[in-house]
Design a protein around this ligand. Structure first.
Ligand SMILES: C[S@@+](CC[C@H](N)C(=O)[O-])C[C@H]1O[C@@H](n2cnc3c(N)ncnc32)[C@H](O)[C@@H]1O
Ligand SMILES: [Zn+2]
Length: 366
């Protein structure tokens, strides 16, 4: 099969993995690498399959020092053909990235880790391929685990308790980042998060490492715990290594669903996201729209789901846009979130939101 994406023409035999549905995410990754600047950077495509990512970074982001790794022989055969076909020079390694990392290779300026399922089995070894300023892109497709469908699996894999409600995608993204922050810290790296995306069946985070014991400790201190009321939808999040959350909801007294540890620092570096957005030509509408949402999204933990709140209140549905307008009129910051179509991120307290929801319900009924 010959497949065209961006500037790359890719051959893919039956046994090699290539998902055309991830084209948008690869476009976004190219934008990120471009936003990092500097074509003299070294890049590792750690789970390369056909080599499509490394090849696109070469053709579309001007990266010249590229290494591709894949454990699968057939994938490496395809990658070799694809490198040649696209005129991209790269070192091609048929090995496990873990084995490669443990033979003293690296470090790299940019690493793309895009495995099947969870990135956890790779992350410790990936840290050995990093230096104090490495940019990391990490995909997780075990979203059912991170979103709480299998709480025991999440505990085992990520050492964290997930949320299994309307907040699950954001909690899952934060659990992934929390795991990365703790893994990095063991190698004396802190993390700076540039972009976090949750979409379809994947989560993808873009970050940079910062060298130093102090940075490592600071970034672990950005992790913490969250609680979400099973009834009224009130939530609380608190940073720190010791869980410090109420068992019962302060608003209605119902039981809180508790989760963590997870990253409670920022999910976005808005100046990088804006730079990516202004150069977005060519990326799928869906992801361009998501970036536009992200630029306006208050970068604080969690949000209110309008359907969950109206259900708890026992009233009909409301327009999130109207609730946002009412909250803004009252001086609050409020905007939609990428994590839920009818979710609102705001600095307003639950009481103010409930008032705005009831009022917009009445306004719609008139
Ligand atoms: C999801 S695919 C990568 C897809 C590719 N990045 C793309 O965008 O089309 C995961 C790849 O990782 C490879 N792989 C699995 N375990 C590995 C390991 N331990 N080290 C390196 N590659 C591995 C698989 O052979 C497979 O080709
Ligand atoms: Zn409550």
């Amino acid at each position: 099969m010959l497949y065209t994406e961006g500037k790359a023409r890719i051959e893919c035999s039956k046994s090699t993995f290539l998902n055309p549905k991830m084209a948008g995410l690869r476009d976004l990754s190219v934008l990120f690498v471009r936003a990092l600047g500097g074509d003299d950077k070294s890049l590792l495509d750690a789970t390369a399959a056909t080599g499509i990512r490394g090849i696109r970074y070469g053709l579309e982001a001007g990266i010249k020092r590229i290494t591709l790794i894949d454990i699968n022989k057939g994938a490496c055969r395809d990658a070799k053909v694809n490198l040649k076909r696209n005129g991209v020079k790269a070192a091609l390694v048929n090995d496990s990235v873990q084995g490669y990392a443990n033979r003293g290779n690296g470090p790299f300026d940019i690493i793309d880790l895009d495995p099947f399922g969870s990135p956890v089995p790779y992350l410790y070894d990936i840290m050995k391929l990093c230096h104090g300023d490495t940019a990391l892109m990490v995909t997780a497709t075990d979203t059912a685990v991170l979103c709480g469908a299998h709480a025991a699996a999440c505990l085992k894999q990520y050492g964290a308790r997930p949320l299994h409600n309307e907040l699950c995608k954001e909690a899952g993204t934060r659990i992934l980042l929390g795991f990365i922050a703790r893994a990095a810290a063991q190698f004396n790296f802190g993390i700076s998060v540039h972009l976090s995306i949750s979409n379809m069946h994947y989560m993808r985070v873009f970050l940079s490492l910062r060298k130093g014991a102090k940075e490592a400790v600071e970034s672990v201190k950005q992790t913490g715990f969250a609680a979400s009321c099973r009834e009224c939808r009130f939530f609380a999040a608190s940073k720190g290594t010791v869980p410090c959350l109420p068992q019962r909801c302060g608003e209605c007294g119902a039981e809180m669903e508790r989760a963590g540890p997870m990253w409670l620092g920022n999910l976005y570096n808005k100046s990088i996201v804006s730079r990516m957005l202004s150069a977005k030509a060519g990326i799928t509408d869906n992801l361009a729209e998501q970036l536009s949402l992200i630029v306006k999204e208050p970068d604080t933990p969690f949000f209110y789901s309008m359907p969950a709140i109206t259900r708890a209140l026992g009233i009909g549905s409301v327009s999130p846009g109207l609730v946002i307008r009412l909250l803004k009129r009252r001086g609050y910051d409020a905007a939609p979130t990428q994590f839920l179509a009818e979710g609102i991120k705001t600095d307003a307290k639950l009481g103010a939101i409930v008032r705005a929801v009831k009022e917009s319900g009445r306004a719609e009924a008139q």
